[in-house]
Each structure stands twice: as structure tokens, then as C-alpha cells.
Write a protein that binds this ligand. Structure first.
Ligand SMILES: [Zn+2]
Ligand SMILES: [Zn+2]
Length: 373
């Protein structure tokens, strides 16, 4: 991404800001006992929830899908079929939004009106040929008075309701390329990028729309990042330590074998995985936006492999979260993949002690998984 594209993207983000329902009701609170940071945003309780109930999810028709019908805020940028970044400049959807808000009684900040708005935008904001596109999260947790924002990256409707494990690597790769763009934007604004995926189409992952998408917060470094940073200063790189310890390794990916997939050494949930990139001449790769195209592709392949492995182990893809930690504060970029099966739920002890009890030794899981991949 060049400087000109970055400036154009900032303008695009600015010109579509009124499509989002960000509200002023969000409260930030630090848990005085554990130091955990909590954002309370009552607005989000009223948001549309497609994922609910206990039954395995049914495949919803593409015509009902908010993302696949383009009932979203305007596209900010996308990756075309050649994998090239395009900062969107259509103004059909901007005009439609302006018209919508000019109707009597429509009030920005009223959630119902924002749903009306994305309904009115339906289809006007699709690029012609694309793999993935990025737009505002309609109801982000961050309040209107906080710096940064939250964005959603959705994939082409051809892949409606497909899991990450079953998508072409080029499409997953374009999702990660979107994280690179938003990390560049974050750096430009003195913030960090926090990408994640709520996957597996089940409510335990915390997702509200089950058609595959990723999200990324551009924000001030979360408290956890400072904890990671000070541990790193005191003890050296924890990620390198895990990568060097052969007991956790499951697979190295790509021709260069630079992308590492293994068991997370001390997770909150059984069967958690770690994906990271080997250091170059003792220098830890900190930013996802610095990855070469090839390593990024291998990273995409590693995420797919991880979820496919869950399918083999559990018999189906469980709810899962992929939490990506990247940037200079983190020091060595990595993704933690956390499966959220029903037998894998932190309970009273975890809430009482904020210590996590597991039943599966990560080393044992790694050796089992090595046979699966
Ligand atoms: Zn869809
Ligand atoms: Zn390292």
C-alpha cells in the first residue's frame, strides 16, 4: 500500500462515518481485581443476532445474508481477483446514504435506523470483481469518544457460509492482506491493529453473523499488550521460546518453512493452537504488515490447516476464535486459535481464581496432531 492509497482510504473512512451506529453510551472499566479491561456498550445488546440457540446451524440462503447481499456500510477497500488492493471510490452508496438520512425521522445513532440504512444500501456498495472487501462494523464496541474503530472484512458471496478451512487460500490470503492495510492505517495514527475471527458458525464463538468474516479493531494498545511487552522485556521473547521447543511443534509451512503451527503451551482452553513466523536472523517479526506475499500466503494456509485439524479431531468444526496479536508492542506477531467446544468451557474456578484449568497436556495434543496433518 502506498502513501496515496493510504490518504485515499482515510478520506473514504471519513466520508462513510455516518453509516455506523457508534453511539455515546459506551463505558470503559478496568476490573480493579484482575486488571482486565472491559468495554460496556448497551447499544450492542439490541444488535441483530443471527446466531442463537443450541441446534447446529443451518445453512441460510445467500439471499438472506447481510454480507452477501451487500446490506452493510459502504465498501472502504477491497482486493480484486488478482489480489491487488483497491481503495473504493464509488459514490452510489454514499448518495444512497445521504438520501436515506435526509428522510424525515431518520436519526443517526438510532440502531433501527442504521439497519434501515444498510437495507437501503443493499447491493450499491459491491465492487465488480473482488475476493474480499472491508467496511465499517455497524455497531462496534468502541464508543464514539474513543480513538480508532472496528472494521469487518467479508468474502465474495461465492463463498457464502463456507468455513475458512474450505475457502481457497487466495481468499483467506486476501483477508490477511486486509489486516496488513489496517495495520498500516493504525501505525499512521499511533494505534494498533487487533484482528480476529469468530468462526465455526456457533454462538460460543461470539459471532452474530455466521457467514465467514473477520474483524479488526484499530485502537489504543489493549492492557494485555502492555503485559506481553513487559514480560518480553524481562524474560526475552516468549514466542521464540515456544518455537524453539520442539515439543509443541505440529507443522512448518511453506517452501521456506517460515510459518510455524503448533500447540499453544499454556492456553485457557484445551486444544488451543499457536501460529507464528520464524525470526529472520534473530529478529522477531513484529508486524503482520511487514510479511512478504509468500509468507502471508503460508500464514493463510496455516490457519486453514488448523481448522481442518479441528474437524478431524472433533468430527466437525467447533466454534473457534482466532486472535491475532501483531505490532511493535507485541514484538513477535502470532495468532492464538481457541476452540470453544461445550466440554471446554471455563467455569467457577476460572472465574474465582482467574487461573485456567485444562485437561489436555499441550505437548500430548501436539504429538497427536502431528499424526493428523
Ligand atoms: Zn453470506
Ligand atoms: Zn521472537
Amino acid at each position: 500500500m502506498n502513501k496515496q492509497q493510504l490518504e485515499k482510504l482515510e478520506q473514504r473512512i471519513e466520508s462513510t462515518a455516518d453509516q455506523q451506529c457508534r453511539g455515546n453510551q459506551s463505558i470503559r472499566r478496568e476490573d480493579p481485581i484482575t486488571g482486565r479491561q472491559v468495554i460496556i456498550n448497551p447499544l450492542r445488546a439490541a444488535r441483530h443476532f443471527e446466531v442463537s440457540g443450541e441446534a447446529p446451524p443451518k445453512v441460510t440462503p445467500r439471499d438472506n445474508c447481510f454480507f452477501c447481499t451487500g446490506r452493510t456500510p459502504s465498501t472502504l477497500f477491497y482486493f480484486d481477483e488478482e489480489g491487488q488492493l483497491v481503495v473504493e471510490d464509488e459514490d452510489k452508496s454514499l448518495q444512497a446514504a445521504a438520501e436515506y438520512w435526509s428522510q424525515p425521522g431518520k436519526t443517526p445513532g438510532k440502531l433501527g435506523d442504521h439497519y434501515g440504512l444498510v437495507g437501503a444500501l443493499g447491493g450499491t456498495t459491491f465492487p465488480s470483481e473482488w475476493r474480499s472487501r472491508t467496511f465499517y462494523n455497524l455497531t462496534p464496541a468502541l464508543g464514539a469518544n474513543e480513538p480508532g474503530n472496528c472494521y469487518v472484512t467479508a468474502v465474495h458471496p461465492d463463498y457464502h457460509y463456507r468455513d475458512l478451512a474450505d475457502m481457497p487460500t487466495t481468499v483467506v490470503d486476501s483477508v490477511i492482506a486486509s489486516w496488513q492495510v489496517l495495520e498500516r492505517l493504525a501505525l499512521e495514527n499511533g494505534l494498533v491493529a487487533v484482528p480476529f475471527i469468530n468462526g465455526g458458525r456457533r454462538p460460543e464463538s461470539g459471532q452474530s453473523v455466521s457467514c465467514f468474516h473477520s474483524q479488526i479493531y484499530v485502537m489504543r494498545p489493549p492492557k494485555l499488550y502492555e503485559t506481553i511487552q513487559s514480560r518480553r522485556k524481562a524474560n526475552g521473547c516468549g514466542v521464540c521460546e515456544v518455537l524453539k521447543d520442539g515439543n509443541f511443534t505440529i507443522k512448518q509451512l511453506g517452501n521456506s518453512q517460515k510459518v510455524w503451527l503448533g500447540a499453544y503451551p499454556a492456553p485457557a482452553r484445551n486444544y488451543s493452537l499457536l501460529v507464528s513466523v520464524q525470526p529472520e536472523k534473530e529478529t522477531c517479526p513484529a508486524r503482520i504488515s511487514d510479511l512478504t506475499d509468500q509468507v502471508r500466503k503460508d500464514f493463510a494456509e496455516a490457519l486453514k490447516t488448523a481448522i481442518q485439524m479441528y474437524r478431524q479431531i472433533f468430527g466437525e468444526i467447533p466454534a473457534y476464535n482466532i486472535a491475532v496479536r501483531t505490532g511493535d508492542v507485541i514484538g513477535h506477531l502470532h495468532a492464538e486459535i481457541i476452540p470453544k467446544t461445550r466440554t471446554n468451557i471455563p467455569a467457577g474456578f476460572e472465574d474465582a481464581a482467574f487461573e485456567f484449568s485444562l485437561s489436555e497436556l499441550p505437548e500430548r495434543f501436539a504429538s497427536l496432531a502431528r499424526k493428523e496433518v
